[in-house]
Design a binder for this molecule. Structure first.
Ligand code: GTP
Ligand code: MG
Length: 356
């Protein structure tokens, strides 16, 4: 099934119920006053975050969502029942835009977080409201107002701390299977992975989420292979793990060349992504003797002037994987701390400015 990470749907909030016109009619009370109740408010339409979903596939089947209308008011000053709100479940990382005005409406990042996407109409007023000293029998009521109608452009950018990046067949999905409970498909041919998949690396409190995405190839920015559109799923990650096959069949994918080619495609997609902290994971270590691995590692560092972390792993046997996962976890904690400190510094700066 194709991964759905964009959709256009329409949402209509419920209309408010009409106000009622009614007069008291009881025995022995010849001219009862007005007693028409107010209409109930309509239902709102909300998005609600659900951590069990990871695509917008539901929107392929249902594209039109409507909340319930409010009921009309009734006699004896009875107000109409409000219409029920409608909650549409969406995966975490969902962004919502107004399709017609392009206005950014908001995003849903956490489980159970709600976002109002269409506001309900108000219930109308019953004739009780219009009684006055000169009009004891008002025939005036106010109808309920319409619920908001909106066409929404919905987009998903998966939320993960760490993104896996690499040529097809580098072993990204194999790594995700080894370090998490996720079971992405693994096979000995390119483009096995067709849509992002998330896995949780469970290291107690310091656990984190990894996103496995399709492989990238030379020319991807021009649409070759699966293109580069799915790179957007890496935009919100904090660290990138760049997997490199140390023993590819194709000499065009030899490690140094492969790393350079991938950097070019990444840069063409988004400079910010290119600037994100990236680590090199030299994978399939089981295919080469140790001394050859050491030489290769040195060659990469020298010819690319690489000064970031480099690890040698075997995703299939698990060799070196724990070390990398622990290092990632430590680094994420460090990044959290640095961000917190930075936020505090900014706060202090703001306070000083106020004092000046
Ligand atoms: N020998 C060896 N083979 C590996 C290792 N890791 C992955 N492989 C094999 O490499 C092939 C590709 O692995 P995948 O995990 O599907 O690669 P991928 O990077 O997810 O590929 P795409 O989804 O196509 O981008 C499979 O046949 C794996 O069994 C490893 O550490 N050693
Ligand atoms: Mg894969």
């Amino acid at each position: 099934m194709k991964f759905v990470d964009e959709a256009t749907i329409s949402v209509t909030a419920g209309k408010g119920g009409n106000g009622c016109m009614s007069f008291r009619r009881e025995k022995y009370i010849p001219r009862g006053g007005p007693d028409g109740g107010d209409g109930g408010d309509g239902g709102d339409v909300f998005f609600i975050g659900n951590s069990g979903l990871n695509t917008l596939a539901d929107f392929r089947y249902t594209r039109d969502y409507r909340a319930q209308h409010g009921e009309g008011g009734k006699g004896r000053k009875c107000a109409g029942k409000a219409g029920s709100d409608l909650y549409i479940r969406v995966p975490l990382g969902t962004l919502v835009y107004d399709q017609d005005t392009e206005e950014f409406i908001g995003e849903v990042l956490k489980a159970d977080e709600v976002l109002l996407v269409a506001k309900s109409g108000d219930g109308g007023l019953g004739n009780t409201h219009f009684k006055s000293s000169i009009n004891q029998a008002p025939r005036r009521t106010v109808p309920g107002s319409e619920g908001e109608f909106r066409r929404l452009h919905v987009e998903l950018k998966v939320l993960a701390d760490v993104g896996l990046l690499g040529f097809p067949n580098a072993g990204k999905s194999t790594l995700l299977r080894t370090v998490s409970a996720a079971h992405p498909k693994v096979a000995d041919y390119p483009f096995t992975t067709l849509y992002p998949e998330l896995g949780v690396v469970d290291i107690g409190k310091a656990g984190f989420v990894i996103a496995d995405i399709p492989g990238l190839i030379e020319g991807a920015a021009d649409g070759v292979g699966l293109g580069i559109d799915f790179l957007k799923h890496l935009q919100r990650t904090r660290l990138l793990m760049h997997l490199v096959d140390v023993a590819p069949y194709d000499p065009e994918q030899a490690p140094v060349k492969a790393i350079r080619k991938l950097e070019v495609e990444m840069q063409r997609f988004d400079q910010n992504l290119r600037d994100k902290e990236r680590w090199l994971l030299l994978n399939k270590a089981d295919m080469l003797p140790d001394e050859q691995l050491e030489t290769l590692k040195q060659e990469i560092i020298d010819s690319l002037e690489w000064d970031g972390p480099v690890y040698v792993i075997s995703a299939i046997s698990g060799q070196g994987c724990d070390v990398v996962m622990n290092a990632i976890s430590q680094r994420l904690i460090e990044l959290d701390r640095m961000e917190a400190e930075q936020a505090q510094d900014e706060d202090e700066l703001d306070t000083e400015e106020v004092q000046d």
